[in-house]
Design a protein around this ligand. Structure first.
Ligand code: ATP
Ligand code: MG
Ligand code: MG
Length: 353
Protein backbone atom coordinates (compact mmCIF):
# COMPACT_ATOMS: atom_id res chain seq x y z
CA UNK A 1 0.00 0.00 0.00
CA UNK A 2 0.96 3.62 -0.47
CA UNK A 3 2.02 5.99 2.29
CA UNK A 4 1.17 9.65 2.75
CA UNK A 5 3.74 11.94 4.35
CA UNK A 6 2.16 14.43 6.76
CA UNK A 7 4.01 17.56 7.88
CA UNK A 8 2.68 18.48 11.32
CA UNK A 9 1.24 16.18 13.93
CA UNK A 10 -1.83 17.84 15.44
CA UNK A 11 -5.51 16.95 15.25
CA UNK A 12 -5.80 17.93 11.59
CA UNK A 13 -3.04 15.46 10.75
CA UNK A 14 -4.75 12.86 12.92
CA UNK A 15 -8.09 13.18 11.15
CA UNK A 16 -6.35 13.16 7.76
CA UNK A 17 -4.49 9.97 8.75
CA UNK A 18 -7.79 8.37 9.77
CA UNK A 19 -9.30 9.29 6.39
CA UNK A 20 -6.18 7.99 4.63
CA UNK A 21 -6.48 4.68 6.48
CA UNK A 22 -10.06 4.34 5.29
CA UNK A 23 -8.79 4.57 1.71
CA UNK A 24 -6.05 2.02 2.37
CA UNK A 25 -3.15 4.44 2.83
CA UNK A 26 -0.63 4.51 5.63
CA UNK A 27 0.58 7.79 7.12
CA UNK A 28 4.09 8.84 8.14
CA UNK A 29 4.07 12.05 10.18
CA UNK A 30 7.01 14.43 10.42
CA UNK A 31 7.15 17.18 13.04
CA UNK A 32 9.53 18.61 15.62
CA UNK A 33 7.16 17.48 18.37
CA UNK A 34 5.59 14.32 16.96
CA UNK A 35 6.02 11.99 19.97
CA UNK A 36 2.62 10.73 21.18
CA UNK A 37 1.04 13.60 19.20
CA UNK A 38 -2.56 13.33 18.00
CA UNK A 39 -1.38 12.34 14.50
CA UNK A 40 1.46 10.04 15.56
CA UNK A 41 -0.97 7.99 17.66
CA UNK A 42 -2.81 6.92 14.51
CA UNK A 43 0.08 6.80 12.03
CA UNK A 44 2.28 3.93 10.89
CA UNK A 45 5.47 5.96 11.37
CA UNK A 46 6.58 9.20 12.99
CA UNK A 47 9.78 11.20 12.52
CA UNK A 48 10.58 13.68 15.26
CA UNK A 49 13.02 16.13 13.72
CA UNK A 50 13.39 19.82 13.01
CA UNK A 51 12.14 21.62 9.90
CA UNK A 52 15.80 22.28 9.04
CA UNK A 53 17.10 18.71 9.44
CA UNK A 54 17.96 18.10 5.77
CA UNK A 55 18.92 14.44 6.19
CA UNK A 56 15.81 13.54 8.17
CA UNK A 57 13.67 15.42 5.61
CA UNK A 58 15.26 13.50 2.73
CA UNK A 59 14.77 10.10 4.42
CA UNK A 60 11.15 11.02 5.18
CA UNK A 61 10.43 12.17 1.63
CA UNK A 62 11.98 9.03 0.13
CA UNK A 63 9.85 6.81 2.40
CA UNK A 64 6.48 8.17 1.24
CA UNK A 65 4.49 8.43 -2.00
CA UNK A 66 3.15 11.98 -1.57
CA UNK A 67 3.70 14.67 1.04
CA UNK A 68 1.06 17.04 2.38
CA UNK A 69 0.72 19.20 5.47
CA UNK A 70 -1.67 20.12 8.26
CA UNK A 71 0.13 23.35 9.21
CA UNK A 72 0.60 26.17 6.71
CA UNK A 73 3.61 27.61 8.54
CA UNK A 74 6.00 24.81 7.63
CA UNK A 75 9.01 26.81 6.37
CA UNK A 76 9.03 27.26 2.59
CA UNK A 77 12.70 26.15 2.54
CA UNK A 78 11.65 22.83 4.13
CA UNK A 79 9.11 22.24 1.38
CA UNK A 80 11.60 23.25 -1.33
CA UNK A 81 14.04 20.65 0.02
CA UNK A 82 11.39 17.92 0.26
CA UNK A 83 10.37 18.61 -3.33
CA UNK A 84 13.71 17.30 -4.55
CA UNK A 85 12.66 13.82 -3.40
CA UNK A 86 8.84 13.73 -3.38
CA UNK A 87 5.79 15.63 -4.55
CA UNK A 88 4.58 18.09 -1.90
CA UNK A 89 1.13 19.66 -2.05
CA UNK A 90 0.07 22.33 -1.45
CA UNK A 91 3.28 23.76 -2.87
CA UNK A 92 5.68 26.48 -1.74
CA UNK A 93 3.94 29.20 -3.76
CA UNK A 94 0.72 28.56 -1.84
CA UNK A 95 2.49 28.52 1.53
CA UNK A 96 4.34 31.77 0.79
CA UNK A 97 1.00 33.53 0.27
CA UNK A 98 -0.78 31.92 3.23
CA UNK A 99 2.06 32.45 5.73
CA UNK A 100 2.14 36.21 5.50
CA UNK A 101 -0.95 38.36 6.01
CA UNK A 102 0.44 41.14 3.78
CA UNK A 103 1.20 38.72 0.93
CA UNK A 104 -2.22 37.12 1.46
CA UNK A 105 -4.20 40.36 1.31
CA UNK A 106 -2.15 41.64 -1.66
CA UNK A 107 -2.86 38.40 -3.51
CA UNK A 108 -6.58 38.49 -2.77
CA UNK A 109 -6.92 42.18 -3.68
CA UNK A 110 -4.95 41.47 -6.89
CA UNK A 111 -7.79 39.15 -7.93
CA UNK A 112 -10.26 42.00 -7.46
CA UNK A 113 -11.60 40.44 -4.26
CA UNK A 114 -12.30 42.72 -1.29
CA UNK A 115 -10.73 42.65 2.17
CA UNK A 116 -10.76 45.08 5.07
CA UNK A 117 -8.68 48.16 4.25
CA UNK A 118 -5.10 47.47 5.40
CA UNK A 119 -1.54 48.79 5.64
CA UNK A 120 1.73 47.04 6.43
CA UNK A 121 3.51 48.44 9.53
CA UNK A 122 7.01 47.91 10.94
CA UNK A 123 7.06 50.42 13.81
CA UNK A 124 4.81 52.23 16.29
CA UNK A 125 4.94 55.30 14.02
CA UNK A 126 3.77 53.29 11.00
CA UNK A 127 0.93 51.81 13.05
CA UNK A 128 -0.16 55.31 14.12
CA UNK A 129 0.03 56.55 10.51
CA UNK A 130 -2.04 53.58 9.30
CA UNK A 131 -4.69 54.15 11.98
CA UNK A 132 -4.85 57.82 10.99
CA UNK A 133 -5.58 56.80 7.38
CA UNK A 134 -7.89 53.84 7.94
CA UNK A 135 -9.94 55.14 10.84
CA UNK A 136 -9.93 54.87 14.61
CA UNK A 137 -11.15 51.25 14.86
CA UNK A 138 -8.50 48.82 13.68
CA UNK A 139 -7.09 45.38 14.36
CA UNK A 140 -3.29 45.10 14.54
CA UNK A 141 -1.94 41.64 13.68
CA UNK A 142 1.48 40.11 13.42
CA UNK A 143 1.92 39.26 9.72
CA UNK A 144 3.15 35.76 10.56
CA UNK A 145 2.33 32.81 12.83
CA UNK A 146 -0.84 34.04 14.52
CA UNK A 147 -3.71 31.66 15.28
CA UNK A 148 -6.75 31.61 17.59
CA UNK A 149 -6.47 35.42 17.75
CA UNK A 150 -2.93 35.34 19.18
CA UNK A 151 -0.53 38.08 18.09
CA UNK A 152 -3.36 40.59 17.70
CA UNK A 153 -4.43 43.83 19.38
CA UNK A 154 -7.58 45.90 18.95
CA UNK A 155 -7.14 49.63 18.44
CA UNK A 156 -9.79 52.31 18.91
CA UNK A 157 -9.97 55.90 20.13
CA UNK A 158 -9.17 54.73 23.69
CA UNK A 159 -6.10 52.61 22.78
CA UNK A 160 -2.69 54.09 22.09
CA UNK A 161 -1.32 52.62 18.80
CA UNK A 162 2.19 52.57 20.32
CA UNK A 163 0.96 50.41 23.19
CA UNK A 164 -0.79 48.06 20.76
CA UNK A 165 2.46 47.80 18.76
CA UNK A 166 4.46 46.94 21.89
CA UNK A 167 1.90 44.32 22.96
CA UNK A 168 2.18 42.16 19.83
CA UNK A 169 5.98 41.84 20.04
CA UNK A 170 6.83 41.57 16.36
CA UNK A 171 8.87 43.36 13.71
CA UNK A 172 6.26 43.08 10.94
CA UNK A 173 2.55 43.69 11.30
CA UNK A 174 -0.59 44.54 9.41
CA UNK A 175 -3.15 47.16 10.42
CA UNK A 176 -6.66 46.25 9.28
CA UNK A 177 -9.76 48.38 9.45
CA UNK A 178 -12.29 46.87 11.87
CA UNK A 179 -15.11 45.23 9.91
CA UNK A 180 -18.55 45.52 11.48
CA UNK A 181 -19.69 42.20 10.13
CA UNK A 182 -23.18 40.66 10.11
CA UNK A 183 -21.53 37.26 10.58
CA UNK A 184 -18.40 35.30 9.75
CA UNK A 185 -18.43 32.44 7.28
CA UNK A 186 -15.91 30.11 5.67
CA UNK A 187 -15.82 28.08 2.48
CA UNK A 188 -13.70 24.96 2.05
CA UNK A 189 -12.72 23.87 -1.44
CA UNK A 190 -10.73 20.87 -2.63
CA UNK A 191 -8.82 20.95 -5.91
CA UNK A 192 -7.04 18.16 -7.73
CA UNK A 193 -3.95 18.19 -9.93
CA UNK A 194 -6.21 18.11 -13.00
CA UNK A 195 -7.92 21.35 -11.92
CA UNK A 196 -11.13 19.61 -10.81
CA UNK A 197 -12.67 21.42 -7.88
CA UNK A 198 -15.44 20.87 -5.32
CA UNK A 199 -16.73 23.26 -2.65
CA UNK A 200 -18.66 22.67 0.54
CA UNK A 201 -21.39 25.23 1.25
CA UNK A 202 -20.41 28.30 3.26
CA UNK A 203 -20.78 27.75 6.99
CA UNK A 204 -21.22 30.28 9.80
CA UNK A 205 -18.50 30.50 12.44
CA UNK A 206 -18.95 31.93 15.92
CA UNK A 207 -15.88 32.63 18.05
CA UNK A 208 -15.35 32.82 21.81
CA UNK A 209 -12.19 34.41 23.25
CA UNK A 210 -10.66 34.50 19.75
CA UNK A 211 -11.14 30.74 19.26
CA UNK A 212 -13.71 29.07 17.01
CA UNK A 213 -16.59 27.94 19.22
CA UNK A 214 -19.43 26.82 16.96
CA UNK A 215 -19.82 26.17 13.21
CA UNK A 216 -23.32 26.10 11.71
CA UNK A 217 -23.64 24.27 8.39
CA UNK A 218 -24.85 25.55 6.08
CA UNK A 219 -24.71 29.26 6.97
CA UNK A 220 -28.17 30.84 7.12
CA UNK A 221 -27.37 33.69 4.76
CA UNK A 222 -28.92 34.97 1.53
CA UNK A 223 -28.46 32.68 -1.48
CA UNK A 224 -26.55 35.43 -3.31
CA UNK A 225 -24.11 35.72 -0.40
CA UNK A 226 -23.62 31.94 -0.30
CA UNK A 227 -22.89 31.97 -4.02
CA UNK A 228 -20.48 34.90 -3.79
CA UNK A 229 -18.56 33.29 -0.90
CA UNK A 230 -18.17 30.11 -2.94
CA UNK A 231 -17.13 32.01 -6.07
CA UNK A 232 -14.43 33.87 -4.12
CA UNK A 233 -13.02 30.66 -2.58
CA UNK A 234 -12.94 28.88 -5.95
CA UNK A 235 -11.28 31.87 -7.60
CA UNK A 236 -8.53 31.96 -4.96
CA UNK A 237 -7.86 28.20 -5.17
CA UNK A 238 -7.64 28.41 -8.94
CA UNK A 239 -5.34 31.45 -8.90
CA UNK A 240 -3.04 29.67 -6.43
CA UNK A 241 -3.08 26.56 -8.65
CA UNK A 242 -3.80 24.74 -5.41
CA UNK A 243 -3.60 20.98 -5.11
CA UNK A 244 -5.23 20.03 -1.82
CA UNK A 245 -7.77 21.70 0.44
CA UNK A 246 -8.21 25.42 1.04
CA UNK A 247 -10.31 27.18 3.68
CA UNK A 248 -11.23 30.81 3.09
CA UNK A 249 -12.57 32.81 6.05
CA UNK A 250 -14.85 35.71 5.13
CA UNK A 251 -16.79 38.50 6.78
CA UNK A 252 -20.38 38.98 5.61
CA UNK A 253 -21.12 42.70 5.59
CA UNK A 254 -24.53 44.13 6.57
CA UNK A 255 -25.39 44.62 2.86
CA UNK A 256 -24.79 40.91 2.13
CA UNK A 257 -21.37 41.35 0.51
CA UNK A 258 -18.27 39.41 1.52
CA UNK A 259 -14.71 40.43 2.44
CA UNK A 260 -11.90 37.89 2.76
CA UNK A 261 -10.34 37.73 6.23
CA UNK A 262 -7.71 35.03 5.77
CA UNK A 263 -7.10 31.61 4.27
CA UNK A 264 -5.56 28.30 5.26
CA UNK A 265 -4.35 25.79 2.63
CA UNK A 266 -5.29 22.72 4.67
CA UNK A 267 -8.31 21.17 6.38
CA UNK A 268 -9.91 23.69 8.73
CA UNK A 269 -11.70 23.53 12.06
CA UNK A 270 -14.83 24.93 10.38
CA UNK A 271 -14.89 21.86 8.11
CA UNK A 272 -15.01 19.20 10.82
CA UNK A 273 -18.77 18.88 10.36
CA UNK A 274 -18.13 17.32 6.93
CA UNK A 275 -16.89 14.13 8.67
CA UNK A 276 -20.40 13.39 9.91
CA UNK A 277 -22.66 15.21 7.46
CA UNK A 278 -21.14 14.80 3.97
CA UNK A 279 -20.49 11.95 1.58
CA UNK A 280 -16.74 12.71 1.66
CA UNK A 281 -15.09 14.70 4.47
CA UNK A 282 -12.60 17.52 4.00
CA UNK A 283 -9.88 15.12 5.21
CA UNK A 284 -10.78 12.51 2.63
CA UNK A 285 -10.73 15.23 -0.04
CA UNK A 286 -7.17 16.15 0.95
CA UNK A 287 -6.04 12.54 0.63
CA UNK A 288 -7.77 12.22 -2.73
CA UNK A 289 -6.34 15.50 -4.04
CA UNK A 290 -2.71 14.86 -3.08
CA UNK A 291 -2.79 11.20 -4.15
CA UNK A 292 -4.14 11.97 -7.62
CA UNK A 293 -7.48 10.25 -6.95
CA UNK A 294 -10.80 11.68 -8.14
CA UNK A 295 -12.31 14.13 -5.65
CA UNK A 296 -15.22 12.88 -3.56
CA UNK A 297 -18.80 14.07 -3.38
CA UNK A 298 -19.49 17.08 -1.16
CA UNK A 299 -23.16 16.08 -0.95
CA UNK A 300 -24.56 17.06 2.41
CA UNK A 301 -26.83 14.45 3.95
CA UNK A 302 -27.82 16.60 6.95
CA UNK A 303 -27.50 20.08 8.39
CA UNK A 304 -24.94 20.22 11.18
CA UNK A 305 -23.72 22.13 14.17
CA UNK A 306 -20.14 21.54 15.32
CA UNK A 307 -19.01 22.65 18.78
CA UNK A 308 -15.35 22.71 19.78
CA UNK A 309 -14.29 21.21 23.10
CA UNK A 310 -11.71 23.67 24.38
CA UNK A 311 -9.69 22.95 27.53
CA UNK A 312 -11.92 21.68 30.34
CA UNK A 313 -14.95 21.43 27.97
CA UNK A 314 -13.62 17.97 27.18
CA UNK A 315 -14.58 16.83 30.68
CA UNK A 316 -18.17 16.74 29.36
CA UNK A 317 -17.31 13.70 27.24
CA UNK A 318 -19.35 11.16 29.27
CA UNK A 319 -22.50 13.26 28.85
CA UNK A 320 -21.77 13.77 25.14
CA UNK A 321 -21.26 10.03 24.66
CA UNK A 322 -24.66 9.47 26.29
CA UNK A 323 -26.42 12.02 24.08
CA UNK A 324 -28.23 10.24 21.26
CA UNK A 325 -26.92 11.34 17.87
CA UNK A 326 -24.05 13.48 19.19
CA UNK A 327 -20.93 12.59 17.17
CA UNK A 328 -17.97 12.88 19.52
CA UNK A 329 -14.39 13.26 18.25
CA UNK A 330 -11.50 13.34 20.75
CA UNK A 331 -7.94 14.15 19.70
CA UNK A 332 -5.97 12.03 22.17
CA UNK A 333 -4.31 14.97 23.93
CA UNK A 334 -3.28 14.14 27.47
CA UNK A 335 -3.46 17.59 29.05
CA UNK A 336 -6.58 19.79 28.89
CA UNK A 337 -4.77 23.14 29.05
CA UNK A 338 -6.91 26.30 28.82
CA UNK A 339 -7.50 27.34 25.20
CA UNK A 340 -6.34 23.97 23.84
CA UNK A 341 -8.52 22.23 21.23
CA UNK A 342 -9.22 18.81 22.80
CA UNK A 343 -12.01 17.54 20.56
CA UNK A 344 -15.31 18.48 18.99
CA UNK A 345 -18.88 17.28 18.85
CA UNK A 346 -21.17 17.43 15.83
CA UNK A 347 -24.96 17.32 16.01
CA UNK A 348 -27.00 16.62 12.88
CA UNK A 349 -30.39 18.05 11.90
CA UNK A 350 -32.76 17.44 9.00
CA UNK A 351 -31.69 19.31 5.87
CA UNK A 352 -33.45 22.64 5.46
CA UNK A 353 -32.14 23.50 1.99
P1 ATP B 1 -7.53 31.51 13.21
O1 ATP B 1 -7.54 30.76 14.50
O2 ATP B 1 -8.87 31.51 12.49
O3 ATP B 1 -6.38 31.19 12.30
P2 ATP B 1 -6.22 34.07 13.52
O4 ATP B 1 -5.51 34.16 14.83
O5 ATP B 1 -5.43 33.77 12.30
O6 ATP B 1 -7.42 33.04 13.66
P3 ATP B 1 -8.03 36.06 12.38
O7 ATP B 1 -8.88 35.05 11.76
O8 ATP B 1 -7.38 37.04 11.49
O9 ATP B 1 -6.93 35.46 13.37
O10 ATP B 1 -8.87 36.85 13.47
C1 ATP B 1 -9.54 36.19 14.53
C2 ATP B 1 -10.93 36.74 14.69
O11 ATP B 1 -10.84 38.14 15.05
C3 ATP B 1 -11.74 36.73 13.40
O12 ATP B 1 -12.36 35.48 13.20
C4 ATP B 1 -12.74 37.85 13.69
O13 ATP B 1 -13.75 37.43 14.59
C5 ATP B 1 -11.87 38.88 14.40
N1 ATP B 1 -11.26 39.81 13.43
C6 ATP B 1 -10.08 39.64 12.80
N2 ATP B 1 -9.83 40.65 11.96
C7 ATP B 1 -10.88 41.49 12.03
C8 ATP B 1 -11.23 42.72 11.39
N3 ATP B 1 -10.42 43.31 10.50
N4 ATP B 1 -12.42 43.27 11.72
C9 ATP B 1 -13.25 42.69 12.62
N5 ATP B 1 -12.97 41.55 13.27
C10 ATP B 1 -11.81 40.94 12.98
MG1 MG C 1 -5.44 32.27 10.96
MG1 MG D 1 -9.05 33.16 11.35
Amino acid sequence: GATIGMLGAGQLGRMTALAAAQLGYKTHVYAPDAADSPAAQVSAAATIAGWDDLDALERFARSVDAVTLEWENVPVATVEHLRRFATVNPGPNVLAVAQDRVAEKSFVNGLGIGTAPWRAAHSAAEVAAAVAEIGPRCVLKSTRLGYDGKGQARIDATVDPAQAWESIKTSAAIVEGFVTFACEVSVIVARGGDGAMVAYPAVENRHKDGILDVTIAPAKIAPATLAEAERVARRIAEALDLIGVLAVELFVTPDGGVLVNEMAPRPHNSGHWTMDACASSQFEQLVRAVCGLPLGSVERVADAEMTNLIGDDVLQWPALLAEPGARLHLYGKAEARPGRKMGHVTRLFPKTS
